[in-house]
Design a protein around this ligand. Structure first.
Ligand SMILES: *[C@@H]1O[C@H](CO)[C@@H](O)[C@H](O)[C@H]1NC(C)=O
Ligand SMILES: *[C@@H]1O[C@H](CO)[C@@H](O)[C@H](O)[C@H]1NC(C)=O
Ligand SMILES: *[C@@H]1O[C@H](CO)[C@@H](O)[C@H](O)[C@H]1NC(C)=O
Ligand SMILES: *[C@@H]1O[C@H](CO)[C@@H](O)[C@H](O)[C@H]1NC(C)=O
Ligand SMILES: *[C@@H]1O[C@H](CO)[C@@H](O)[C@H](O)[C@H]1NC(C)=O
Ligand SMILES: *[C@@H]1O[C@H](CO)[C@@H](O)[C@H](O)[C@H]1NC(C)=O
Length: 471
């Protein structure tokens, strides 16, 4: 009798032990599955990269080696076999109302239909977003997408402006274009797609995981899970062979509170690229406003100061191409002019500034906005999700990517900075770029420089989803 009891106890213990072991192994498995068996050791460092661009139909610029954005995004969906992770500041792909007037508007709906069809191909779509009332997201959710909502108001008092894709932890897209039908039709957008690049995809996936963990949270954890720490940064760059050229790459993230251990902040990534430039810094962005506003406007010297230092003290040639559109801050002209006049009587100093304004409608509004957000130097490219406005870096979430490549001494391979520079030069020398002239403020918007208009701007930057401010 006693021995029987003993047996039962031992049996129970063995069972407990077995369950425990099973649990431990399943935890390991979950981990393995989540990372898709790709680790830092086994990930791919030989990648193919293309620049993707949306050039509006009525802006007559050649692609010059870049891939159309829609083709690029569809190619990623063609490759997807397991997961597609997307973070985007907008979800307004369904454009039915505009299709009669703008034929390319249907591209948005086509992309939405592809995303809706992923579940039936056994591909898991995950979306992190701060837009609780997007119709697109409701439709996707009904079609089996996993959506995590972040309350960015409580987290950082900002918005989620990050715009990137991670496909099967292998391929990535990052760039200015969000999931907005206009990004595929009427806006001029630029981004990059890297194929077969699991090392970088792993790290970008960690940024996505960080958003994923913040669902319904009303505070930012003081200690992040180790699995969202940065893998690669300025000190520990990711060595890659990109299109046959040796490269060093790392992603960046914003705002500060979204940067766990070893994650580079966007602003530092920009500083690094400016600091490492030896000959030139060319910048193409929608807005250039070195101000921070939290009820009271303050000068935000971070990037402006570094550009002054680079041009005046290191003789780096600076070119600034800024968009001229309805929401152009009235002080943009002043800040650009002030940079330009820095080089007065300095023979080796050069700062040039132009406004990009593709076409003006008869009613004075401007269409075909240049929504680019990149910087190219003689040895690196930075692609980000923000306009260069203080508020964006301080409050909003966004990601970026730094790609450094030295020039090939024998000039056999075309480097990424060279390709990007060709794109910049095309825009800079195009008839849409207008040189800044003193005493002639370009008529980007109907605001004049009055305190009321500054106030109007401060209010409008908060309204991401108002029809005009949704860029
Ligand atoms: C797109 O919008 C139209 C009209 O607003 C609606 O009828 C249609 O169902 C929407 N498409 C999807 C896929 O939700
Ligand atoms: C986000 O949080 C704020 C303040 O806690 C709350 O007022 C707001 O309703 C929340 N937004 C959503 C979409 O839940
Ligand atoms: C990725 O790499 C594999 C194997 O090297 C190759 O067959 C495939 O074409 C590559 N995919 C892309 C999109 O470049
Ligand atoms: C250029 O490409 C060739 C192969 O096409 C490669 O062997 C060489 O190392 C590359 N040069 C640089 C600087 O990466
Ligand atoms: C400008 O550059 C030239 C050639 O590099 C140099 O000789 C000259 O001293 C520089 N002038 C100034 C003011 O830095
Ligand atoms: C774009 O490409 C075309 C043809 O390849 C070439 O003629 C033109 O000079 C290029 N333009 C720029 C700005 O690079």
């Amino acid at each position: 009798m006693k021995s029987q009891q003993k047996c039962i106890v031992i049996f129970a213990l063995v069972c407990c032990f077995a369950v425990l072991v099973a649990l431990i192994f399943s935890a390991v498995d979950v981990w393995g599955e989540d990372e898709d068996g790709i680790t830092e050791e086994t990930c791919s460092r030989t990648c193919r990269m293309v620049i993707v661009e949306n050039i509006p139909e009525d802006v007559s610029l050649p692609h010059n080696g870049t891939t159309p954005l829609t083709a690029g995004l569809h190619s990623l969906l063609d490759l997807a076999t397991r997961h597609v992770e997307i973070v985007s500041p907008h979800w307004t792909l369904n454009s039915t109302d505009y299709e009669s007037s703008i034929p390319t508007a249907k591209q948005g709906r086509l992309l939405l239909h592809r995303l809706m069809g992923l579940k039936s191909q056994k591909v898991n779509l995950k979306v992190a977003s701060d837009l609780t009332d997007s119709k697109d997201l409701k439709v996707l959710s009904r079609h089996g997408a996993d959506i995590h909502y972040l309350n960015m108001t409580t987290l950082t008092n900002g918005q989620l402006l990050s715009s990137f894709w991670v496909v099967d932890r292998k391929h990535i897209y990052i760039g200015s274009a969000g999931m907005d039908w206009r990004a595929l039709s009427t806006l001029k957008e630029l981004g990059v797609i890297l194929y077969n690049c699991s090392c970088l995809a792993l790290d970008l996936h960690r940024i996505f995981s960080l958003y994923w963990q913040l669902q319904y949270k009303d505070f930012i954890p003081s200690i992040w899970s180790k699995r969202v720490n940065g893998l690669f940064n300025k000190k520990r760059t990711l060595p890659l062979i990109l299109n046959n050229v040796k490269s060093e790459v790392y992603p960046s993230n914003s705002p500060d509170v979204f940067c766990p251990k070893d994650r580079v902040r966007d602003i530092d990534a920009i500083f690094n690229v400016i600091q490492d430039a030896k000959l030139f810094i060319y910048i193409s962005i929608t807005d250039y406003v070195p101000l921070v506003n939290n009820g009271l406007s303050r000068y935000w010297s971070a990037i402006d100061g570094k550009l002054r230092e680079a041009s005046l003290l290191r003789n780096i040639k600076v070119r600034l191409l800024v968009s001229c559109w309805e929401q152009t801050h009235p002080l943009t002209f002043n800040f650009m002019w002030s940079l330009k006049s820095l080089c007065m009587e300095m023979p080796n100093c050069s700062v040039e500034a132009k406004f990009f304004s593709p076409r003006e409608e008869p009613d004075g509004t401007i269409e075909g906005i240049n929504h680019n957000r990149y910087m190219v130097t003689d040895n690196a490219v930075y692609i980000g999700n923000f306009g260069w406005v203080g508020n964006e870096f301080v409050y909003n979430a966004g990601a970026g990517l730094v790609i450094s490549q030295e020039e090939d001494p024998e000039d056999r391979n075309v480097t990424m900075p060279q390709q990007m520079r060709a794109v910049f030069d095309r825009d800079w020398h195009s008839r849409y770029s207008k040189t800044l002239q003193l005493n002639k403020i370009p008529n980007c918007n109907k605001h004049t420089i009055l305190p009321q208009s500054l106030k109007a701007w401060d209010e409008s930057v908060d309204e991401k989803d108002s029809p005009n401010a949704s860029l």
